[in-house]
Every structure is written in structure tokens, then in C-alpha cells.
Design a protein around this ligand. Structure first.
Ligand code: ADP
Length: 453
């Protein structure tokens, strides 16, 4: 096992990794930018190193500062969390050269599955269905037209270098394609420094379903079931649950088996997530793979009882997976992302938490780096807490989540707690029959309700 683990991250995930290390009896090193000096991950780690000023390019993304911090403190492994350098193959290679263990998959696997075109090719090789589309970046408008004619409208244009739900454009006709192609490519170049565009079939009302997978260094691969991630705003998840209300045991087995096959095909190691779009008729299509721990991993932990972060560490240290694939799940879990944003306009709302009172009680878990008087800095993402509720079934999980949202008191900044409360009351959400377009319908219902009052 490792002597000491350095956590190359901040916020709630840094704290989550410290919790896992503490249980394993492994000392930790926190790194922090000056804006995070008063953060809980700095307080709770055994040692801390300041790695630079607030901009992440000069701190949390600064590879040489991170390697120096590990060397100074004698850490022998690095956990990257999610975001920042978590899917950076070059970082994983540098660590290997410096004799530091990387708590994640091998760099060549990150590279292969991190590149959308290569990942899609790999899925095809492994016999996992993908959406009809270009697969490779489009060379010209005429190529786009030809392909769209074959695939059939609507189609979606995606920036090859896009991510986090940005750089996508839905196209419903050939005339629209003529207009959108150049603009999309131009916008991609401006936003991501790469103008390459893909085209694929656009599914009108799919569900976003993802599978949690794990591989060890001995060739064993398992899946730990799915997460339902269709409740999104601007293609960004805000509520996740496990299991998905849409999957039958047969479909779960089929998708789980496809996920394991894909991982075996690439020699996957450590934690990963395979994202699919699921259509009405039960067809599912590989979308992408995330080669790291996900924000929404707690819902899987709640229904499986497996500590995914401890498992990541054990596997990186060479241990064998002993958990059976598709392990029996217990009950239902829901996660609400509590972002520091205005619940109506979604404008960021950083600042001091003048009151920060956490809910508790049966089946409730809060992953947060917040505390009373903590100042949410404006430099990073807006996630201040993840509220997770577990129940014997979906109904009980929803009731517990509603109660926990009511008892979660945050003052000094605005958060999207009021939005979550409304979603949890919404009849479509409660029915479990929704798609990734949920928010559009919900906002319409909300506007109609406001007019009636
Ligand atoms: P990113 O890498 O930016 O997260 P993804 O490819 O994972 O982008 O897609 C994010 C979301 O966009 C999906 O969850 C889904 O809601 C929507 N989406 C992406 N591709 C399609 C498609 N072909 N048809 C319908 N919706 C799509």
C-alpha cells in the first residue's frame, strides 16, 4: 500500500479522498492555491503545500508544482479527483517517470478513451453500439451534407475539442446545416482552439445512462450498475440517481455486459464511467468514457455499499478486485448538486457562507467542503455541496431528499436548492418517465404555474 497520497485537487472531492485515505490509514498531502488557503481539505490533510496563485493554470494544473510538492513531502502516489488533470495522459506519464504512482488508468488508456474519435472506434471494435455519424472530424460542408443525408435529420454537430456540454448544435434541415456548419466550426476554433467538428444522429428524447466500471491490473473487470443522469441543464447534470427508473433487469444486464466488454477490450484499470444515450425502444449507444471518478459516484456508493475511492486506491496499489460484477443493489439513491448559482438566472453567486447548516437524519449524506464563514471563491466551479439521499425505494429517497433540502440552510450566497425543491415536486420527475429534455418541459410548467398564481 502507499506511504502517503498527494491529492491534486480541491473542494469536496479533495475532502472525499482524504476521508478514504484516513480510513485506510494513509497520510495525505493537500495542495492549494492561495484562494483556497482556508479550505477544509487543507485543514484535514496531514500536510499541505501551497502551489500557486488562484488561476488554475498556475496552480491545480501546474504539473511541475504538483510533482515538486510530492517530492518535498515524500508522497508516493497522486489522486487527481475529477476535473483539472484527472484525464490528462501527459500528467500520468510524467508521474511514472518520476516514480510516483497514479491513481487512475494507464496513460495510453486515458489517451485512447479520452479522444472522442478513438473512443468511438474502440467501441465499434468491441461490438458496442454507437450512433450513426462521422466518427472522424468532417473535412468539408459537402461531406457533412452527404453524411446528414445518409443519417437523416435531425443531426447534432459536436466540437471535437468540446466538453462539459459545450460546443454542440442541433441541426434539423439541410438549409440549417449550410448555415450552421461554418459557424459551429468557427465557434469551436474560438472557444477550444480547434475547429474540428463531428456529426451524428440527434436523438430527440433520449435518456443519459452511465455505467460505473472498475478494472484491476490482473485483467479483472466489473461493473457496479448504472446511474440515471438525464436531469441536466445545458447538458450539465444537476440530479443523478441509481438505479435508473428506465432500466429493466434485462437491459441492465445487456448494457452492463457491453460496458465490461469495452473495458476488457482496452485493458481498462481503475474507476471509469461509460456514458450512453438510451432511446425509447431500448436501443443504447455509446457516447463517451470518463477515465476517472465522477462527481455523482456517491449514488453508486449508497446503493452498493462499496467505497469507490478506497477501491481506486487499492487497485492502484495492485490489489485484486474481489467484488462481483453487477453486485446486488439495495434501495434507491438520489444526488442533488448544490451549485452556488442564482436558482432562476443561474448567474454564479460566490461569497461568504454566513449560515451553513447541514441536514442529517436517516439516509442522508452531504459531501461538501463548505462551513460557516467559508468564502466560496469565484475562480473555480460553482459546486458547494452534493446532497445525497438513500431510501428503500425511489419514493422514500425522494421524500428524504425533499426533507433534507428543506433542512439545508445556506445563507450569504444564492444556491439552486429552491430549484431542486421544485424539481422534486414536479409530476414528470416523480413519474420517473423523463429524458435529457426534462428541463425544457419543466421550465415551461414552472412558467405556466407562475402565470396562474
Ligand atoms: P460533453 O463531452 O460535452 O459532456 P457529451 O457528448 O457527453 O458532451 O453529451 C452531453 C449531453 O448532450 C448528453 O448527456 C445529451 O443530453 C446531449 N447529447 C449529446 N449527443 C447527443 C445526441 N446525439 N442526441 C441527443 N442528445 C445528445
Amino acid at each position: 500500500m502507499f506511504r502517503k497520497i498527494l491529492i491534486a485537487n480541491r473542494g469536496e472531492i479533495a475532502l472525499r479522498i482524504i476521508q478514504a485515505c484516513r480510513e485506510l490509514g494513509i497520510p495525505t498531502v493537500a495542495v492549494y492555491a492561495t484562494a483556497d488557503r482556508d479550505s477544509l481539505h487543507v485543514t484535514y490533510a496531514d500536510e499541505e503545500v501551497c502551489i500557486g496563485p488562484p488561476p488554475s493554470g498556475q496552480s491545480y494544473l501546474n504539473i511541475s508544482a504538483l510533482v515538486s510538492a510530492a517530492e518535498i513531502t515524500g508522497a508516493d502516489a497522486i489522486h487527481p479527483g475529477y476535473g483539472f488533470l484527472a484525464e490528462n495522459a501527459h500528467f500520468a506519464e510524467v508521474l511514472a517517470e518520476c516514480n510516483l504512482a497514479w491513481i487512475g488508468p494507464p496513460p495510453e488508456v486515458i489517451r485512447r478513451m479520452g479522444d472522442k474519435a478513438a473512443a468511438r472506434r474502440t467501441a465499434v471494435e468491441a461490438g458496442v453500439p454507437v450512433l450513426p455519424g462521422s466518427g472522424e472530424p468532417l473535412a468539408s460542408l459537402s461531406e457533412a451534407r452527404q453524411l446528414a443525408a445518409g443519417v437523416g435529420f435531425p443531426v447534432i454537430l459536436k466540437a471535437a475539442a468540446g466538453g462539459g456540454g459545450r460546443g454542440m448544435r442541433i441541426v434539423r434541415s439541410e438549409a440549417e446545416l449550410d448555415k450552421s456548419f461554418e459557424t459551429a466550426s468557427h465557434e469551436a476554433l474560438k472557444a477550444f482552439g480547434d475547429g474540428s467538428i463531428y456529426l451524428e444522429k440527434y436523438l430527440e428524447e433520449p435518456r443519459h445512462i452511465e455505467f460505473q466500471v472498475f478494472g484491476d491490473s490482473h485483467g479483472n473487470v466489473i461493473h457496479l450498475g448504472e446511474r440515471e443522469c438525464s436531469i441536466q441543464r445545458r447538458h450539465q447534470k444537476i440530479i443523478e440517481e441509481a438505479p435508473s427508473p428506465a432500466l429493466t433487469p434485462e437491459l441492465r444486464e445487456k448494457m452492463g455486459e457491453a460496458s465490461v466488454r469495452l473495458c476488457q477490450h482496452v485493458g481498462y484499470q481503475n474507476a471509469g464511467t461509460i456514458e450512453y444515450l438510451l432511446d425509447h425502444d431500448g436501443s443504447f449507444y455509446f457516447m463517451e468514457m470518463n477515465t476517472r471518478i465522477q462527481v455523482e459516484h456517491p449514488v453508486t456508493e449508497m446503493v452498493t455499499g462499496v467505497d469507490l475511492v478506497k477501491l481506486q486506491i487499492a487497485i492502484a496499489a495492485g490489489e485484486r478486485l474481489t467484488i462481483p460484477s453487477g453486485l446486488r443493489h439495495r434501495g434507491h439513491a438520489i444526488e442533488c448538486r448544490i451549485n452556488a448559482e442564482d436558482p432562476r438566472t443561474f448567474a454564479p453567486s460566490p461569497g461568504r457562507l454566513t449560515t451553513f447548516h447541514l441536514p442529517g437524519g436517516p439516509g442522508v449524506r452531504v459531501d461538501t467542503h463548505g462551513y460557516e464563514d467559508y468564502v466560496v471563491p469565484p475562480h473555480y466551479d460553482s459546486l458547494v455541496a452534493k446532497l445525497i439521499a438513500h431510501g428503500n425505494d425511489r419514493e422514500e429517497a425522494i421524500a428524504r431528499m425533499k426533507r433534507a433540502l428543506d433542512f439545508f440552510v445556506i445563507e450569504g450566497i444564492r444556491t439552486i436548492i429552491p430549484l431542486h425543491r421544485e424539481i422534486l415536486r414536479d409530476p414528470v420527475f416523480r413519474s420517473g418517465r423523463f429524458s435529457t429534455r426534462f428541463m425544457e418541459g419543466f421550465q415551461g410548467r414552472r412558467a405556466a404555474e407562475a402565470k396562474d398564481q
